[in-house]
Design a protein around this ligand. Structure first.
Ligand code: KG4
Ligand code: ZN
Length: 331
């Protein structure tokens, strides 16, 4: 069994995976309430809260999995060692190194982005490579060609903000709170997506590349115009129109990626993959078969790290007690 810890940003998550995909437990301690007054993650708070959460969470995961003797039942310890916030990663890596030493078990450092890809691998037994993975999270927007599990080629990424970052910034400028994605998703349900004609980023580019900072600025200009005219903000319409532009960008670039590679399986994950509007758009395209994890496994979780570690270990990847965080590790 693989015991995995994820602490790269503002969620502390632990999971225990039996083999490739039997989830014995998956627990999360979210820090959202502490960060939301600041409209984003405060790194110093994040590491302190990981420190407080990690041991009780490990206990809970073992309890939920019915494991009373982890030294006997756990074969591999996995931990996100990058990319992410230095202080947050450090807490996770140190905690798992301590366990590895105490229990005499091997430890494996996992790339968080590979983890997001494995959210789909764990959830979909029929998802065999080659496939295209689109990671859309708070820190990343990338399209990766998965030739084999472990053999990745980034074929496109964002020039500036990540998609989730755009959701969070737009929510902040609308005064909606943090994280913005789920709030905008909900408000947009009753909005008119054609109320505002926000520009679809890099619409005329034939490359697989993204950009979301200009879109955020367009929303800001619109909001300022409405405020100047003394008009109330039609929040639902603004959210729906913004969301439409984000989804159009993601879907149209995926079409380009599919035609460039000839690969017609598309696996989307990362927090924005939980977006109900995007999920509908992805699932109704005929150019590909879309794979999406349950919304819970789109956002950061321990299961995806355990899945990536299990495969990595079986492919021969190894770490040791010299493991240290790599905050800017690329896939
Ligand atoms: O993957 P994730 O949990 O953490 C990172 O690795 O960054 O993604 C978090 C991001 C946040 O920006 C959040 O606003 C966004 O995912 N998000 C959503 C939704 N749920 C979370 N964005 C759009 N719609 C959602 N339902
Ligand atoms: Zn993530």
């Amino acid at each position: 069994m693989t015991l995995a810890l994820e602490s790269s940003c503002d969620d502390t998550a632990v999971a225990i995976l039996e083999g490739q995909r039997t989830i014995r437990s998956s627990v999360i301690s979210s820090q959202i309430d502490s960060h939301s007054p600041f409209g984003g993650v405060v790194p110093e708070f994040a590491s302190r809260m990981h420190l407080e959460a990690v041991l009780p969470l490990l206990d809970r995961a073992l309890l939920e999995a019915g494991i009373s003797d982890p030294k006997r039942d756990i074969d591999l310890l996995a931990v996100t060692s990058g990319p992410g916030l230095m202080g947050s990663l450090l807490v996770g890596v140190m905690a798992m190194k301590g366990l590895a030493q105490g229990w005499g078990k091997p430890i494996l450092g996992v790339n968080h982005l590979e983890g997001h890809i494995f959210a789909n691998v764990v959830n979909h037994p029929d998802l065999d490579p080659p496939f295209l993975a689109m990671i859309v999270s708070g820190g990343h927007t990338e399209v990766v060609l998965v030739k084999e599990l472990g053999d990745y080629r980034v074929i496109g990424e964002t020039r500036d903000d990540a998609a989730g970052e755009a959701y969070d910034k737009v929510a902040k400028l609308l005064g909606l709170g943090y994280p913005g994605g789920p709030i905008i998703d909900k408000l947009a349900l009753t909005g008119n997506e054609r109320a505002f004609d926000f520009p679809v980023p890099l619409r005329s580019s034939e490359k697989v590349e993204f950009s979301f900072s200009g879109l955020k600025t367009s929303v800001l200009s619109q909001v300022e115009k409405l405020r100047k005219n003394g008009q109330p903000l039609p929040l639902e319409d603004l959210c729906a129109s913004f969301q439409r532009a984000v989804a159009q960008s993601l879907v149209s670039k995926l079409h380009i990626a599919v035609s460039l590679t000839g690969v017609r399986k598309v696996a989307v994950s990362g927090g924005v993959g939980a977006n109900s509007y995007l999920r509908k758009k992805l699932l109704t395209q005929t150019a590909w078969k879309a794979y999406l994890p349950d919304p819970f496994y789109c956002t950061d979780n321990g299961v995806m790290i355990a899945g990536a570690a299990y495969h990595g270990w079986n492919r021969g990847r190894r770490s040791d007690l010299e493991l240290s965080p790599s905050p800017s590790w690329r896939i």
